[in-house]
Design a protein. Structure first.
Length: 223
């Protein structure tokens, strides 16, 4: 092979090598352009533009009321309202039998009439919530009833009036809370109506306390 042919052969080999290098560089560049970004968070955000908003909302809801809590409160209120109503009826009946004062007897009758009506309105709502009417008094109510059964005259009146002041102050707060925060619309309506009745009962109890020299809201009026 002469020198001219040898020179042409070397030039051809260099061209082949350069072409191979160029092809390899092109393949690498194409591969890098098709690879996903290394930041997975950015990729998730690109795929789901609402992702960051969802995370923010989840953080914001971290301190919110857990699902189902409102329904549980409705059930709790219905159960306690029915139990309290049953107690007021039985205590009212006892007041009519054992009190020596006409105003206490009238109040007892009012308790029987109003709480029977309130219970009748609450029972179908409670049934919707899966709450069964109570079959017996709560322990604290049974304890009070037993105590009153052993009293008579002014001693009975004083103990009964004190109990009515305490119970109706507590009931007023509970009915007011359910009326404003309850989830069940029927129960909220019943609580609003019941709240007005409870307010009237509390006013009557305070009037009785004054007439019987029991200071309403003071130490003498507490149990």
């Amino acid at each position: 092979m002469n020198s001219k042919q040898d020179k042409q052969s070397r030039m051809g080999s260099k061209l082949v090598t350069l072409a191979g290098v160029a092809a390899l560089a092109c393949s690498t560049a194409m591969a890098q352009s098709t690879m996903p970004p290394s930041n997975s968070g950015s990729a998730n955000s690109a795929q789901n533009p609402n992702n960051s908003m969802d995370m923010h909302q989840a953080n914001e809801m971290g301190n919110s009321v857990p699902p189902g809590t409102g329904a549980m409160q409705d059930k709790k209120f219905a159960k306690e309202a029915l139990a309290g109503g049953m107690a007021e009826v039985q205590l009212g009946q006892l007041a009519q039998q054992k009190s020596s004062s006409e105003d206490v007897k009238r109040f007892g009758q009012r308790m029987v009439d109003d709480h029977t009506k309130l219970d009748d309105e609450m029972k179908p709502i409670a049934a919707q919530l899966g709450v069964q009417p109570p079959t017996a008094l709560m322990p604290k109510d049974q304890e009070l009833l037993t105590k009153l059964e052993g009293l008579s005259g002014s001693e009975f009146d004083t103990t009964y009036i004190k109990a009515m002041l305490k119970d109706h102050k507590k009931d007023e707060k509970e009915f007011e809370q359910e009326a404003s925060r309850g989830q069940n619309s029927d129960e909220k309506k019943a609580a609003m109506q019941g709240e007005q009745v409870i307010k009237e009962h509390l006013q009557l109890a305070e009037q009785m306390a004054k007439a019987h020299d029991i200071t309403g809201g003071g130490n003498k009026a507490s149990m």
